[in-house]
Design a protein. Sequence first.
Length: 170
Amino acid sequence: MPRRVFTLKTSTTRRISGWVDDFRRRAEDLPIGVVVELGEHQVTREEIVGFASRWDPLPFHTDPDFARQTAFGDVIGSGLHTMAIYQRLAVLGVYREWAIVAGRSIRGVEFTSPLRPDTTVRATVEIESVMPRSAERSLVSKVGRVLHRDLVLMTVHVDAYVLRRSWADG
């Protein structure tokens, strides 16, 4: 498989065997079993309706009058919206510091409570395993959660390929 060079705008990069070494955390550096707080996001009614109007236009996401007549009693965020919030918090919290090659799979997603307007949610990630797949990369399995206070709204199980330090040090 040909190796790709990623263009990064940073002064702390060097080329190694066709990859760019930008000093991000390698698979061996990721702590298995540690829950990492990723940050918070304030969810507004306007954000819920706007996201859903574009990407998941079901009336209980977009129409407050309709939503009041449902079991939820108000508009709720789309599951896709909840996943998007998780992804943003994960990237800003830790993923941009990891030497991620590519995502591999979403093994499962559970939505256990609705995303409600005018709430603050937070996200966490926990690394379940790091398994070498080749000389250059490992498969990192993670579980992510979006919570409001201590109530879990979503749990997602994700796999991604991350460069190995041993390969980069060559």
